[in-house]
Design a protein around this ligand. Structure first.
Ligand code: MRU
Length: 342
């Protein structure tokens, strides 16, 4: 099934907290439950939480008993605020909410018409995400040569989107095209999205891979075992700085040191031209328990002070190119991002 879908008024999503041990579907019947699912990372990954937020508004529209269009818009505004506050870094969430509210306000429909419209717009965002990911996969796969070994960080696969994926979509597409590739997967502490999700997805697709501790990537790069790096992104600033899962920056610096191209893959909805550079991107700080515990088991002394930024920013000078559904963007990013986003 898809990572997330809405069927007969119920939003169903794969519970990403339980993989790979259990494959479970969570059902959200109201927008507050959906907001909680984004917060607790039942669903995660930039495009996936964008689609989830859109479905959240669809649920809010169906829940609302507002008799008039204006009253319904007020209910949607209230739900939008709660959904917007779930996670701060991935701009796809805000992008989807902005698009939904703009589209809703632009109609002249009565309350019932508007309810149906909001549900249809959310479905449209989810459908578009799949098509966009397919286009990114094709554009990015052209950068991978037969025989390449590539490194990826975090999870940028089908689970991080509605389907197909960003960086992992590119890698899976190259494999499908018959290229003999090998993938090094960073485990991605603290939440282990690489070990739990990316490794699982690659094995489902039969892509040859090696799971490594995050600390090991420099070792393999220096020994010439990795030819390219592909990561996703949660937000790209106007100058091409890339926010992505914590550890991406360190990986990009080591890649540069070793002359290895570093590609970030994202839909154009991840590009935020309102921010001049990556230092302006809000970085989510998450619960200390993600660092002090693994699967509920403590691995650090009780009461230890912890820092847990969920993302970091890779300055654009370390990025070889940005792969989008509209094509591959090369430096100078400030100029070329404006061109590609129209
Ligand atoms: O905290 P997460 O798991 O939502 O972080 C996800 C990532 O950092 C991904 O690499 C990113 O969303 C881009 S790929 C869709």
């Amino acid at each position: 099934m898809r990572t997330i879908e809405m069927i007969d008024g119920v939003v169903k999503m794969i519970d990403q907290r339980k993989l790979p041990r259990q494959f479970e579907i969570v059902e959200c019947r109201d927008y507050r439950a959906l907001a909680d699912a984004i917060k607790d990372m039942t669903i995660r990954g930039a495009p996936a939480i964008g689609a989830a937020a859109a479905f959240g508004l669809a649920l809010a529209a169906r829940e609302s008993r507002a008799p008039t269009r204006d009253a319904l818009l007020r209910d949607l505004d209230a739900a939008e605020k709660i959904l917007r506050a779930t996670r701060p870094t991935a701009v796809n969430l805000m992008w989807a909410l902005d698009r939904m509210m703009r589209a809703a306000r632009a109609t002249n429909l009565d309350a019932d018409g508007l309810r149906d419209f909001v549900v249809a717009e959310a479905q449209q965002i989810a459908e578009e995400d799949v098509a966009i990911n397919r286009a990114m996969a094709r554009n990015g796969a052209a950068l991978i040569n037969d025989g390449d070994s590539v490194l990826t960080h975090c999870n940028a696969g089908p689970l991080a989107t509605v389907d197909v994926g960003t960086a992992l979509g590119v890698i899976i597409e190259a494999h499908k095209q018959g290229k003999k590739i090998h993938v090094f997967v960073d485990e991605t502490r603290p939440r282990l999205q690489g070990a739990r999700l990316t490794a699982w997805e690659l094995m489902q697709h039969g892509v040859p891979m090696t799971l490594i501790a995050d600390n090991a990537s420099g070792y393999y790069m220096r020994r010439g075992k990795i030819q390219k790096c592909f990561v996703g992104s949660d937000r790209v600033a106007a100058n091409g700085d890339v926010a992505n899962k914590i550890g991406t920056y360190k990986t990009a610096v080591v890649a540069r040191e070793n002359g290895i191209p570093f590609y970030a893959v994202m839909p154009t909805s991840t590009i935020d031209l309102t921010l001049a550079n990556g230092d302006l991107i809000e970085i989510e700080e998450r619960d200390a328990r993600e660092v002090t515990h693994i699967e509920g088991v403590p691995i650090a002394p009780e009461g230890v002070r912890v820092g847990n930024p969920a993302f970091d920013v890779t300055p654009h000078k370390y990025i070889t190119a940005l792969v989008t559904e509209r094509g591959v963007v090369v430096p100078p990013f400030a100029e070329n991002l404006r061109k590609i986003t129209g």
